[in-house]
Design a protein around this ligand. Sequence first.
Ligand SMILES: [Zn+2]
Length: 304
Amino acid sequence: MDAQRTLRRQISCAGIGLHSGNKVHLSLKPAPADFGIRFRRTDIGDHEVPATVQHLAGIQLATGLARNEVSVETVEHLLAALVSTNIDNVLIELNSPEVPIMDGSAAPFIYLIQEAGVKALSVPRKYLKIVRPIAISRGDKRIALYPSDHFKVTYSISYDHPLLRHQSRTLRITEETFIEEVAPARTFTFLKDVEMLRQNGLALGGSLENAIVLGETGVLNNALRFEDEFVRHKILDAIGDLALVGYPVIGHLVAHRAGHALHTEFAAKIMEETHAWRLVAAPPEDATVPVAMPAKIHTPRLAS
Ligand SMILES: [Zn+2]
């Protein structure tokens, strides 16, 4: 059985909100099977907001959720870390509306999860397996999911900037590849946009400590973590936004010039397109293992 998982014990950290600049305390707590991933605002009456497409709200530069006018913002990096380490059930407590930005990547959340440890529960996990393509395009922005035996992401970006013209990468996402190739990639912004963001009361907690900043001719930070750190971060964002479907996905996600608005619109569309996927219990690895079947027995083919 491929069992659902939660954390072995509670773990906490403190940081600041990227947009609010406020200090925030974050705790990750073990949760029972079929609980899912839920946020709880301890500063306003322990209100809970499940991390699902039904509670999407306020998508701008980051992904926000809300329920009964209680909101949580900038959820995507933490969600990407949780789903990529196969944590199905966890209660995330915050004493402020915004998940701390940490260093702008998912690596600090991976560290927290590894410190807490993982515990298998006695209920099987279900996967959302794509059986027919699903796609959205908005101008030259595109996102799609295709049937595949594994969860893979292909992302491409194009900007009119001397350091960042075109980057593209395909990765099969496993716990190992996520931790090694995706989690450390930091969020990025353009210096010319920073002033505008600040005037609109955004990015007040932003600094070179938690974002790559691209100036006219180069990166203001000392060094990049990967030559193509930008597209890797877009893969991270897409995984976090796709987590809102509530199940690990088996399929090939292909995105071009997308962002949180398109990622989350797409997550909602997946839930509507029920003919394009099935919930399956088998772990992805089973798909590559040939199943020995007696030659003469015909399995009835079920209409999908
Ligand atoms: Zn991001």
